[in-house]
Ligand binder design. Structure first.
Ligand SMILES: C[S@@+](CC[C@H](N)C(=O)[O-])C[C@H]1O[C@@H](n2cnc3c(N)ncnc32)[C@H](O)[C@@H]1O
Length: 201
């Protein structure tokens, strides 16, 4: 099997197992951004089986380029490691088994990223955003997936079940608009992508 076929299989297997991987349209948009940005360092929050990390890693530029991705579930971490190995990307992608919020807080200021992709616990999106701002270079990009939360974020949805996550996503949208360090837009493709450029620190 060639790499393209292996990646197709990773995608198929994830979808068959109901693993929530990035949808095709947002993936395409991020790939275009990455092609323009030519990142040397990418940080991903929420690995699952490594599907988005593997796709993004194609756009890393430079010998020392690297993508670091954080996952809290051991079973996902193990599957991601297996998939990354199958794709021969062990040297380019580092998977960290940790709570992303806690782990991000432990990253020193000197470790700066060109692109941060947020795709984990929605109730933690504000923590991820604040840490992402700290860890993204000026001119770097912060992308957050699932901002529409299947229609809940921009509606008057207020059911108990998803209330905290919905409120956090609403707050994220407010902050990304108002924070002077960011220039942001919400793109309504897939489940909604928030894209912010860090314009100053
Ligand atoms: C939407 S999936 C990620 C999909 C992946 N980015 C892709 O597109 O291929 C979200 C992942 O975040 C992980 N996650 C949830 N809470 C987390 C946390 N607090 N820290 C790290 N990972 C977390 C979940 O276990 C799940 O695997």
């Amino acid at each position: 099997m060639n790499k393209k076929e292996i990646l197709e299989n990773i995608k198929k297997e994830a979808l068959n197992n109901h693993v929530p991987i990035i949808e095709d349209e947002p993936l395409k948009l991020i790939e275009v951004l990455l092609k323009i940005k030519k990142p040397n360092k990418i940080l991903e929050i929420g690995t699952a089986v490594g599907y988005s990390a593997i796709n993004f890693s194609k756009y890393l530029v430079g010998e020392d380029s690297k993508l670091k991705t954080i996952e809290i579930k051991e079973a996902m971490y193990n599957k991601a490691m297996e998939n990354i190995s199958l794709m021969d990307l062990d040297k380019k992608i580092e998977v960290v088994l940790a709570d992303a919020g806690e782990y991000m807080k432990s990253i020193p200021n000197e470790e700066q990223y060109d692109v941060v992709f947020i795709d984990a616990a929605k109730g933690q999106y504000l923590v991820y955003l604040q840490e992402a701002i700290r860890l993204t270079k000026v001119g770097g990009i912060i992308v957050a997936d699932n901002m529409l939360y299947r229609g809940r974020t921009l509606s008057d949805y207020n059911d108990h079940k998803h209330r905290t996550a919905t409120n956090r996503l609403r707050e994220y949208l407010e902050i990304m608009k108002e924070d002077e360090r960011l220039d942001s837009t919400l793109i309504k493709i897939g489940d909604g992508l928030a894209i912010s450029i860090v314009v100053k620190k």
